[in-house]
Design a protein around this ligand. Sequence first.
Ligand SMILES: [Fe+2]
Ligand SMILES: [Fe+2]
Length: 279
Amino acid sequence: MSGKLLAVSDLHVTHRQNREFLVGLWPDCHEDWLIVAGDVAERIADVEWALRLLAGRFERVIWAPGNHELWTTKRDPVELRGEKRYLALVERCRALGVITPEDPYPVWTGPDGPVTVVPLFLLYDYSFRPDGATSKAEALTIAYESGVVCTDELLLHPDPYPSRDAWCEARVTETEQRLSRLDPRARVVLVNHYPLIRDPTRVLRYPQFAQWCGTDRTADWHRRFNAAAVVYGHLHIRRTTWHDGVPFMEVSLGYPGEQRGIGQYTALCRVLPRETATC
Ligand SMILES: [Fe+2]
Ligand SMILES: [Fe+2]
């Protein structure tokens, strides 16, 4: 096997330019795998369209949900909210052969393998608080007073959980147990829409937005679970930073105005093999 483990996130195919980009996107080897780390689109039919197209071109597609897939908007005939919406997305993915966080983790056996690829769905819990805030309530007050508030507050419903942070708590606990059952010698690529540590959010233009970008509870997962790499998106700041010797790769395509310098051939980040890794 000589393919590559590739990654992208934040395809946002509701934007015509991004849709056109996707239509022109082909692997250069039929053994390539593609990680899609969330924010494909808001309407379920658009998510399905994009993942169907990719599943037909790449040997394997692995998806982790972003916040945009979980929005319930008036423009989507699918009115499901919260966990039911997530599970409906999982079902659509399975019908397309796309791997979700609910499926057995696939093992990459190509160059630099074997590596277990682990798509995660964890959400956030307002623990990445801005300076001066000691609670979720204080963090939200700072955000509302500054006018910088994530649209999730209106559109990402946590049903049946009482809050998004309660949903996050349940997901983190369940996922942690599942990861603890992996062979401790196995190397993993952790794939999450949000960074697993706070550090990458320090460069946000609006620091108060970080509260919608992850949870402190995953701060040591890259060490605990033997990560060869961590792949994430959401920030729309494509780059690789290194933490404890582990590359954290932000792989966003992002909105049309944010793609300067991202050409057709560099649009997919290379996770493995390591010597040709780019992001
Ligand atoms: Fe995004
Ligand atoms: Fe996002």
